[in-house]
Ligand binder design. Structure first.
Ligand code: NAD
Length: 260
């Protein structure tokens, strides 16, 4: 068991990548808090973990709300005694050409991806310092932390921003054994991506099949989607790695779409 009794908070864990990470952590012995806007789906996911013999709780959290983030982290600490792993994963996608991008959508994107990462980090770090054991903070970046695509100015900006936050948290966290790393997945077939396919087809005036083949998977080595399981494996590696040897790093898991 790589995460026996480690307290792991995963944001956006009611769906997609975060849900799979939460389940993978629970299978490795972690006590998992599923933090999401969608409390009903978060509770259903926690119930599945408990039925399978794991330990999990659901907490309501809008990652853009300082009050909700602080309250949810406090509830997890009250229930499980601390925080060892934070996966800042909650995210959405909004695509527009830059000249048509509504300012409100731009601000919403930056709030969820960047304010969310900041607020959850700030709420968890004191507990990792206090325990004397440090911890692991994992940001869900993207190939778009390293690369750009048309229509995605806000997403690309936010995902690049996480790299800066990660490096700073690594430097500040070093003396406490608090590590920070970024996972950079390629396209994963989750509700977030399924929503984009028709949107991009309309914006680029091509078929949905061509969006998948000629846009999303064009640069991969094999035309394959990355899976939630692939991403969860990387999340396990970062969470279970016990020294500062692996901090301030980013790992791309994308079927070779982006090569360092
Ligand atoms: P998803 O839509 O399946 O799940 C996102 C979850 O985040 C949902 O449960 C949703 O309720 C929650 N959420 C949204 N706004 C929130 C908020 N303000 N507060 C709390 N929770 C909120 O999406 P996914 O594909 O699993 O994406 C998860 C993360 O992975 C995102 O950060 C995304 O940018 C990143 N990512 C996804 C892909 C991909 O291809 N799917 C690729 C690279 C990176």
């Amino acid at each position: 068991m790589k995460l026996q009794d480690k307290v792991c908070i995963v944001t956006g864990a009611a769906s997609g990548i975060g849900k799979e990470i939460a389940h993978a952590y629970a299978r490795e012995g972690g006590k998992v808090a599923i933090a999401d806007l969608n409390l009903e789906a978060a509770q259903a996911s926690a119930d599945d973990i408990i039925k399978a013999g794991g330990t999990a709780m659901a907490v309501m959290m809008d990652v853009t709300s300082e009050e909700q983030v602080n309250a949810a982290v406090a509830a997890v600490v009250a229930a499980y005694g601390g925080v060892d792993v934070l996966v800042s994963n909650a995210g959405i996608q909004i695509v527009h050409p830059i000249e048509e991008f509504p300012f409100s959508d731009w601000k919403k994107m930056l709030a969820i991806h960047l304010d969310g990462a900041f607020l959850t980090t700030r709420a968890c770090v004191p507990h990792m310092q206090k325990s004397g054991k440090g911890g692991s903070i994992i940001y869900m970046g993207s190939v778009h932390s390293k690369e750009a695509s048309v229509l995605k100015s806000a997403y690309v900006t936010a995902k690049h921003g996480l790299m800066g936050l990660c490096k700073t948290v690594s430097k500040e966290g070093g003396k406490y054994g608090i590590r920070a790393n970024v996972i950079c997945p390629g396209f994963v077939r989750t509700p977030l991506v399924n929503k984009q396919i028709p949107e991009q087809a309309a914006a680029l005036k091509i078929s949905e099949e061509d969006v998948i083949k000629k846009v999303m998977l064009k640069e991969t080595v094999d035309g394959e989607f990355t899976t939630v399981q692939d991403v969860a494996e990387v999340a396990l590696l970062f969470a279970g790695f016990e020294s500062n040897a692996l901090t301030g790093q980013s790992l791309v898991v994308s079927h070779g779409w982006f090569m360092q």
